[in-house]
Design a protein around this ligand. Structure first.
Ligand code: PFF
Length: 450
């Protein structure tokens, strides 16, 4: 048979010595750790703020339900079946398909670069919190922190920590780290949301975030839909090979549907929780959310905490949470290209991780020195690379895998659900992701389609 065929049973050729998660909860935590990150805490509130607040939330909820979970299951199926890195997983469909895997690995590498710049801002704010250094002039502090050589330096610090965890491997590094990180994030965020509720003026924030203007959705569909779907892909870590790679360390007996549902639900709740923290804070200080931009959580939080008796302490707690969430996502991004080189070369994991870390740092420098380049990196990722990546996954699982995919999802679960999912993937998800891709490309290129 040619290399274009999928031989039944090839999936169970586990490569001797390849790592695996030690436990089911370890996999779920690592995937949640990847999903929950700056996408929820920093990107979601500011995207919502620039796209009509609650209107954005509505489209987001629909997109999570319609595309998020079924697409995540598709990535799981690819990864677990192949038990290989993303490039080799796609290669099972023929040599040309390996390109899709390379694209995914490049996407992850691309994102980890500018992601580390934001991670660097967080490191800086964490260090500055004990003395309340950003209290005096929150806006100008952010402007100085966001761009320039300091930003380059702090991005480097963030990347070093990321590299160290990835170098330690799946079980001892990623699994152990995220098992501690995820519960800590959840606990602290609930506390912060409760605190935000006590602020005078917070009611206007809830209204902005929770009461949609449906007229806005209709009038702005052409930009709103790609932005909201792009955010869903970003926040669920879809389209960059993350869930494919993480699922490749999963055992065949595991119920992927239950795991996927848990991951999507927790991630979505964290995003909304972030909105319930950030919007009351913004409105309590009379900050117009649309004007806040990428600095939203930095400036608003600084402003809110400065009025509190133990503001420094709140600052430490808050930025610690954000940092932990950012790190558990950054490690997933760096893991994708790392897994490829670990699987296919003799180079040791720590060396691979370090070399990729250096490369990611070089790619981060432009974003750290120029805000518009930073915006460019983010738009390319969310509007071009991630939708393209996910579209390819959908086609791959829908048509190249065909029945194999149904069988794979069925391993830890009944048959009817798997068949329904596969049908749904080939129709609704395919159409929705394809349309989003078109809209996203048009919006990226500045062409009006709707
Ligand atoms: N999901 C992560 C977040 O929300 O911060 C970041 C991320 C990871 C984005 C992996 C994209 C990706 F492929």
């Amino acid at each position: 048979m040619s290399d274009r065929s999928l031989l039944p049973g090839w999936a169970h050729r586990r490569v001797a010595g390849r790592e695996q998660w030690a436990s089911r909860i370890g996999f779920v935590m690592a995937a949640v750790g990847s999903a929950v990150g700056l996408g929820n805490l920093w990107r979601f509130p500011y995207e919502a703020a620039t796209n009509g607040g609650a209107a954005f939330l509505v489209v987001n909820v629909v997109a999570v339900a319609l595309i998020g979970l079924p697409a995540m299951l598709a990535e799981f199926v690819v990864g677990r079946r192949a038990q290989r890195n993303v490039v080799d997983a796609f290669r099972e469909g023929g040599r040309a398909w390996a390109t899709a895997g390379v694209l995914a690995a490049v996407t992850a590498f691309w994102i980890v670069s500018y992601y580390s710049v934001v991670g660097g801002w967080v490191v800086r704010y964490l260090f500055a919190s004990p003395t309340g250094a950003y209290f005096a002039a929150p806006s100008s502090y952010f402007e100085a922190a966001a761009v320039g050589f300091d930003a380059v330096g702090y991005a480097a610090v963030f990347l070093v920590v990321t590299v160290v965890i990835v170098a330690m491997g799946i079980e001892r590094g990623i699994e152990l780290a995220t098992k501690v990180m995820v519960p800590a994030i959840l606990l602290l965020m609930v506390g912060l949301a409760a605190f935000a509720a006590t602020l005078p003026g917070s009611g206007a924030g809830y209204a902005y975030f929770l009461e949609p203007d449906f007229g806005y959705i209709v009038d702005n569909a052409a930009t709103l839909i790609p932005a909201a779907v792009g955010e869903v892909l970003f926040t669920l870590s879809l389209g960059a090979g993350i869930m494919i790679t993480y699922a490749s360390y999963v055992d065949e007996t595991e119920n992927l549907v239950a795991d996927g549902a848990a991951i999507v639900v927790v991630n979505t709740l964290v995003g909304y929780l972030a909105g319930l923290i950030v919007f009351p804070l913004l409105f309590a200080q009379g900050v117009e959310p649309g004007s806040a931009g990428p600095g939203a959580i930095f400036v608003s939080i600084a402003n809110a905490f400065r009025t509190l008796p133990a503001g420094e302490l709140f600052g430490v707690v808050f930025y610690f949470v954000v940092l932990v969430a950012a790190l558990s996502s950054a490690i997933s991004l760096l893991e994708i290209p790392t897994a490829y080189f670990v699987d296919t070369t003799d180079v040791e994991r720590p060396v691979v991780a370090a070399a990729l870390g250096v490369g990611a740092f070089a790619l981060a420098v432009p974003s750290a020195l120029d805000q518009s380049l930073f915006g460019f990196f983010d738009s390319v990722a969310s509007q071009v690379l991630l939708p393209t990546g996910l579209f390819l996954v959908t086609v791959f699982v829908g048509w190249v895998y065909g029945r194999e995919a149904v069988a794979e999802l069925g391993e830890g679960d009944g048959g009817t659900l798997s068949r329904a999912w596969h049908w749904y993937l080939r129709t609704v998800v395919f159409a929705a992701v394809g349309m989003t891709l078109l809209l996203s490309l048009a919006s990226f290129a500045g062409v009006e389609l709707l």
